[in-house]
Design a binder for this molecule. Structure first.
Ligand SMILES: Nc1ncnc2c1ncn2[C@@H]1O[C@H](COP(=O)(O)OP(=O)(O)OP(=O)(O)O)[C@@H](O)[C@H]1O
Ligand SMILES: [Mg+2]
Length: 233
């Protein structure tokens, strides 16, 4: 299964979601590959992997050499030094087809852009997950996203930075539910530990496994698996 995490908006929680989902699924004994599809290499960094252009090498030269980052977790890293994104959809699909059977789940982090690379990733996806930051008026962009993403592959919108004490969060959650036809995944609560984890070089679910946001990511991982199994059946 190829799960692409995308929102064209920046800073909404794509990388945090990709990394913590990948690690949670690996903890649950699935064989997972995390593809850092963003040349900024933030996901690579969050797992303390070296910033090397392994995704570029794979797509351009068919050299597939992921880093074995954890038990059950391989990572294809990216590097800001390597600039490339003008790539054909069918090539990307061929590359993914060739390796998909080696993993139970391939999680792909993406950049907040509309490059041919991101478009190809959305086409190659079996499922697309869209993080939406409730703290900002990000819900407004959802209508636009519904137009550009292959909607039959959309499995859910993940509310990020939910704060149940605020009215703002409740209003945004309701708006998200209304504009996506109830395609809302389990929410991730606001947690100070998310930034602390990023600074520590460890994913949140390892750095602070008992934090509220970690619990939410574990729940989200279970939800994703249930959804994808139901979809496949
Ligand atoms: N649940 C949360 N609670 C608190 N802060 C969060 C939470 N989720 C994400 N953040 C913070 O929000 C910021 C953006 O998160 P992240 O890097 O995952 O977004 P992104 O969509 O990948 O950004 P970009 O578009 O630049 O790639 C980070 O500083 C992160 O620590
Ligand atoms: Mg990111």
């Amino acid at each position: 299964m190829i799960l692409v995490v995308h929102n064209q908006k920046g800073g909404v929680g794509k990388t945090t979601t990709s990394v913590n989902l990948a690690v949670s699924l690996a903890h649950a004994n699935m064989r997972v590959l995390l593809v850092d599809g963003d040349l900024q290499g933030n996901a690579t960094d969050e797992l303390s992997c070296p910033l090397e252009p392994r995704v570029a090498r794979w797509i351009r030269h068919d050299i597939f050499e992921p880093v074995h980052a954890r038990e059950n977790l391989d990572v294809l890293s990216s590097s800001p030094d390597e600039e490339w994104w003008d790539v054909a959809v069918d090539l990307v699909q061929r590359r993914f087809s060739a390796i998909r059977s080696r993993y139970d789940m391939i999680v792909v982090d993406t950049a907040p852009s509309r490059s041919p690379w991101v478009t190809s990733l959305l086409q190659a996806a079996d499922a697309i997950l869209v993080p939406v930051d409730l703290a900002y008026h990000a819900v407004a962009g959802v209508d636009h996203l519904l137009k550009i993403v292959p909607t039959h592959r959309l499995i859910g919108f993940v509310p990020i930075r939910l704060d149940r004490r605020t009215r703002q969060s409740a209003i945004m959650l309701e708006a998200l539910s209304a504009s996506t036809g109830n395609l809302v995944a389990p929410a991730i609560r606001t947690s100070i530990e998310v930034d602390r984890a990023a600074q520590s070089g460890k994913p949140l679910v390892e750095y602070a496994p008992h934090s509220t946001a970690s619990q939410d990511y574990i729940e989200l991982a279970g939800w994703v698996v249930t959804r994808l199994v139901a979809q496949a059946g």
